[in-house]
Design a protein around this ligand. Structure first.
Ligand code: COA
Length: 469
């Protein structure tokens, strides 16, 4: 048996080797680039802790506690910031900035997952070589272990695809480098390197996992193509789903997956990944938990709900629907006590720039502009804000990204809307694995906020505001 010190030395050596081993040419790998940027961030955090730990940056109001913690600044998340009026920025870059600067796939125009991941992880815009190298690395690591394939194949076809995805992702932790290294005993400063390896393996395997679920549930008996080592992550995913011949669909999925990748840290899926990761559960377990947060209708499931709602409207009202008819349908939905899916947001107070980017995509494709479903989405977005304002409840009456995302998939032939959140699940991994890597690199602690009872809250109010009755 190895002595503890011998073992630690061998882990150290293998950690160094692991950083270098994924290099393909003279281009620095994502891991090598990360290794260079981590020390400055660690230093920044150290300084914040040493100099400003006790600085007060806001108040906690009763409304924060009973209102789902809205607006409470309570977690660190480096990769993106969501401004209520202007929307998301990834390390300072807006969506149009990213569309201009990030490398597309060969022959494509839209942002790809690899270049977005590089930006999220490092804060740097990758070169084309770096992006291609990452695509290659992901393609090489993308095969599923045989037991996971068997596990997925054994699940009932009636089990919701999101439940299946969570099961598959959790099962991948069988090969977790982080868990194995932790069990053997590694230093905290080395956590990130193993967590990063798991994160990359997880992302690499998501397309095969998600596509297998699609084939099992909706196209049983059809042949799932092998990973093409020359394709980017989403190019492979689209191909494995069976839509590889449709360049428009491939480009749409590239854009959709890159744009949905990260939306700062407080949303339910991102926050869940961070919370579970903070227990030092490995990235597979942490992301599996996040997927189940994504599976709720107020979060990721909204894209399937939008399509269901739009189709019900179309069925009831027929073709060539007028704005007045849509208005009436919207009121009917609201009066029956339901939310209008695809509208509103926990943070945003303007139209979602991701919605605008997807609308722009639609407007650049004549076949989409001719689609009655897409036309209905557009018309609805012209009427719904006025109705929701008059209704007077929602703080944001504008469309969010889900108002259109599923309808485009439907048009291109991916009509099984219960599957749509799975695609979101492939995408949201980009932000969550970035955080899971950085949380370990920065040594962030176990998350553990304080809860209070209503009685305790009343007492706290009385002691802070003695004159309140
Ligand atoms: C996204 C969402 C969950 C945000 O919730 P939130 O932060 O609580 O939003 P608000 O503070 O604006 O909600 C205030 C009220 O307006 C209602 N509201 C918000 N969006 C609404 C919508 N699209 N349709 C009808 N009512 C809505 C809320 O249900 C809430 O009502 P309540 O006081 O009776 O509970 C909410 O807007 C929603 O349910 N939207 C539809 C689902 C959706 O598209 N989700 C995807 C988000 S990317």
């Amino acid at each position: 048996m190895l002595s503890r010190s011998l073992f630690t030395t061998s882990i150290k050596r293998s950690a160094a080797a692991r950083v270098a081993s994924t290099r393909y040419a003279s281009t620095k790998t994502l891991k090598e680039t990360l290794q260079e940027v981590i020390p400055a961030k660690q230093e920044q955090l150290k300084k914040l802790k040493a100099e400003h730990s006790q600085a007060v940056i806001g108040d906690v109001k009763v409304e924060n506690i009973i209102g789902g913690m809205r607006g409470l600044k309570a977690m660190l998340w480096e990769s993106s910031v969501l401004d209520p009026s202007e929307g998301i920025r990834f390390h300072g870059l807006s969506i149009p900035d990213c569309q201009e600067k990030l490398t597309p796939a060969p022959g494509g125009k839209e942002i790809i997952a690899e270049s977005m991941l590089w930006l999220l992880m490092t804060g740097q815009v990758p070169t084309t070589e770096q992006t291609r190298q990452l695509s290659k690395e992901l393609a090489e690591k993308g095969e599923l272990p045989a037991f996971v394939e068997q596990l997925l194949d054994s699940l009932p076809k009636t089990l919701h695809p999101m439940t299946q995805l969570g099961i598959g992702v959790a099962a991948l932790n069988h090969d977790s480098a982080f868990q194995a290294a932790y069990e053997k005993g590694i230093k905290k400063s080395e956590y990130w390197t193993y967590a990063f390896d798991d994160c990359i393996n997880l992302l690499a395997r998501l397309p095969a996992l998600a596509a297998r679920i699609y084939r099992n549930v909706y196209k049983p008996g059809t042949e799932l193509p092998k990973i093409d080592k020359e394709l980017d992550l989403v190019g492979n995913y689209t191909r494995m789903l069976g839509f590889g011949d449709n360049q428009n669909m491939t480009e749409y999925l590239r854009l959709y997956i890159a744009l949905h990748g990260d939306h700062e840290g407080g949303n339910a899926s991102a926050h869940t990944a961070h919370l579970v990761g903070s227990t030092l559960a490995d990235p597979y377990i942490a992301y599996s938990a996040a997927l189940y947060a994504l599976a709720g209708p107020l979060h990721g499931l909204a894209n399937q709900e939008v399509l269901r709602w739009q189709q019900a409207m179309q069925k009831e009202l027929g073709e060539n629907v007028s704005h007045e008819q849509i208005k009436e349908y919207l009121w009917k939905t609201l009066k029956s006590g339901q939310v209008v899916p695809g509208y509103g947001h926990g943070v945003l107070r303007n139209p979602d720039p991701r919605f605008l980017a997807l609308q722009q995509f639609c407007e650049s494709r004549p076949e989409l502009m001719e689609s009655s479903t897409i036309q209905l989405v557009k018309k609805t977005s012209e009427v719904a804000p006025g109705v929701l304002m008059e209704h007077g409840k929602t703080k944001n009456p504008y469309p969010n990204v889900d108002a259109t995302s599923g309808c485009v998939l439907y048009h291109y032939g991916l009509t099984e809307y219960k599957y749509y959140t799975v695609i979101f699940g492939v995408s949201r991994a980009l932000g969550c694995i970035t955080q899971l890597t950085w949380a370990r690199a920065l040594g962030l602690p176990l998350e553990r906020p304080k809860s209070v009872s209503m009685g305790a809250l009343e007492q706290l109010v009385k002691s802070s505001w003695p004159n309140v009755a």
